[in-house]
Design a protein around this ligand. Structure first.
Ligand SMILES: [Zn+2]
Length: 261
């Protein structure tokens, strides 16, 4: 399969999985099943027909309204679908078509989903952190069996196991010392799961990138719209982790080159 064909297939799969991600975003915080109940309009419960399940296009063709009850359909749906497809294509562009790509795409989708939920509800559902942690374990397994990585032994899993505790444990102490006010328990589990997936170097980098992004964007929002002082950290941490996954290795090599190592 050519590179362009591969990228097109990846983008289309990203749209479809983005559609499923919308279902997760809507139902997981409400405690509903994401598989047994067919897709329906949240306004009138009308079951969606196949053409209405096509990502992005259906939202545009319906002019963002339900055909049954005329209720507005949130722009969140096409935006999540498009963002998911974009993240998957970026993963292929920056990380290449390797054996790790499916896991990298899965983690990027989970980061996107938990960000939207955290921004709305101030909670990261535990299932997202468990999912990322499982992807981390699978990533280590793939590294150990895949010839393309040149990994030699179980000892090569060490950076990932260190990654799981590198940021989460120091911040866990801050969490305990502050009585849970400085950082949330869900954020800590997110940092542990991402550390297991990314390894210690990238999770440290991603954490700092997330903090810088969070501080900059949140200060701007407080100035412009008078947003509240308390912020949901999940979206910023997730953005930092996604940046670290996509660009971290390049940033580290660039920096090492700069200081002459
Ligand atoms: Zn409806």
């Amino acid at each position: 399969m050519g590179l362009i064909a591969g990228t097109v297939v990846l983008a289309l799969s990203g749209l479809l999985c983005g559609s499923f991600l919308n279902v997760c975003i809507l139902r997981i915080p409400a405690g509903e099943s994401v598989v047994t109940v067919p897709s329906h309009c949240p306004g009138c419960d009308r079951r969606l027909r196949p053409p209405e399940l096509i990502p992005v296009l259906s939202w545009i063709s319906l002019r963002s309204r339900c055909r049954g009850c005329g209720a507005r359909i949130s722009a969140q749906y096409p935006l999540v679908e498009a963002a998911n497809a974009a993240l998957w294509v970026l993963a292929a562009v920056f990380r290449g078509f390797t054996a790790f790509l499916p896991l990298e795409c899965a983690v990027l989708s989970a980061l996107l989903g938990l960000s939207v939920i955290d921004a709305r509800t101030r909670e990261i559902p535990p299932v997202f952190n468990v999912f990322i942690g499982v992807c981390g374990i699978l990533r280590i397994a793939v590294a150990l069996i895949s010839p393309e990585t040149g990994v030699r032994g179980v000892g090569d899993a060490a950076p990932y196991i260190v990654g799981a505790v590198a940021v989460s444990v120091p911040l866990g102490i801050v969490y305990l010392a502050s009585g849970g006010r400085a950082i949330g328990g869900g954020d800590l589990k997110l940092l542990a799961a991402c550390g297991l997936f990314l390894g210690w170097r990238l999770v440290v980098l991603g954490f700092f990138a997330g903090c810088v992004l969070g501080a900059a964007i949140h200060l701007a929002r407080m100035r412009i719209s008078g947003a509240e002082r308390a912020l949901a950290l999940g979206p910023y941490l997730s953005a930092g982790m996604a940046l670290a996954m996509l660009l971290g290795e390049r940033a580290i090599s660039w920096y090492l080159g700069l200081i002459g190592r």
